[in-house]
Ligand binder design. Structure first.
Ligand SMILES: [Zn+2]
Ligand SMILES: [Zn+2]
Length: 305
């Protein structure tokens, strides 16, 4: 668990650092382009998923960060002279005097060779943009990775109990109050096809392990002999535990139906899963509403281990 805390803290720190980096970058960049620096910086930091940064990068398109070397007013890379002070912003061909780009080696107007010179104004190199973009992609990926690796949805422990198999008569001897239970008896009458049936109920019940979601149920198997039940908790990634009841048996239409009691206690109990010889094709689940039935006998089984 300590490792998880360190992992989440590390990624959180990285997120804060990347937001600071992005905020500073956008603030400085927007200011140099004569845009609303504070507004865009806030937008970049507080809009989720780095949307603000993306919006800013779109909005700044066409807004030059170049300045006149003489009067420091913002100018465009298209200008030949500064509109504020008249300073020459472009090189001129020494032969024909037309403006030329500093990367050109030959004048396109008069084909004179151009001397190698440094430009009077150059766009600032965007040293930070690469970092800012890398952070805005890496940090969300790291956050997803941290969540996946830390598996924070701990089920916190669970317990299962199974009891049986009994014939229906034997069950009524063990739990005489079931003889009068109309819902259970109605359910048994519905179980006419060969296969496995589960009548189940789930509610929060106290026990020696504290309050837990408790799933209790009766499993009824018809048309099989040499049967075996393996009922166990099956925790999923999100920490929810479902009761997984796997039955095996050999089809035999003369076999007497049998019944088990099953119970699962967990912090969060999911919907049960039934498998007969590895398949769901002959399985039927029926849920009982809270407080309707099985209540009398639940107490009996909460402490059963
Ligand atoms: Zn100027
Ligand atoms: Zn020329």
């Amino acid at each position: 668990m300590n490792g998880v805390v360190i992992l989440i803290a590390g990624v959180g720190l990285l997120l804060v650092l990347s937001l600071v980096l992005i905020g500073v970058f956008v603030w400085r960049d927007a200011r140099s382009r004569g845009m609303n620096a504070a507004g865009w910086a806030l937008c970049a930091v507080f809009l989720p998923l780095f949307c603000g940064l993306a919006l800013y990068l779109i909005a700044r398109t066409g807004r030059s960060a170049m300045r006149c070397p003489q009067c420091h007013q913002p100018v465009s890379s298209e200008y030949t002279v500064c509109p504020f002070c008249g300073t020459e912003l472009k090189l001129r061909c020494p032969s024909c005097k037309r403006p030329v780009e500093y990367i050109w080696k030959i004048c396109p107007w008069c084909s004179a060779e151009l001397p190698q010179r440094t430009p009077p104004v150059a766009e600032k190199k965007e040293r930070w943009l690469g970092w800012v973009l890398a952070m805005s992609i890496l940090v969300p990926l790291l956050m997803i990775g941290a969540i996946v690796l830390s598996s924070p949805f701990d089920h916190g422990g669970f317990s299962t109990v199974q009891d049986g198999p009994y014939t229906v008569e034997e069950l009524f001897e063990v739990q005489p109050e079931l003889v009068e239970d109309t819902a259970l008896n109605e359910w048994l009458e519905k179980c006419q096809e060969d296969g496995v049936y589960l009548l189940w109920n789930r509610q929060v019940l106290g026990g020696k392990d504290g309050d837990k979601q408790t799933l209790v149920g009766y499993l009824y198997l018809r048309g099989y002999r040499d049967v075996e039940l393996d009922a166990n908790g099956d925790p999923n990634y999100w920490g929810r535990v479902s009761l997984k009841a796997e039955l095996t048996g050999i089809p035999d239409e003369n076999a007497e139906p049998v019944i088990w009691f099953v119970r699962l206690r967990a912090n969060r109990a999911g919907t049960p899963e039934l498998l007969l010889n590895g398949s769901e094709s002959q399985t039927w689940l029926e849920k009982v509403e809270d407080g309707q039935l099985l209540n009398d006998i639940i107490d009996f089984y909460i402490h059963a281990e």
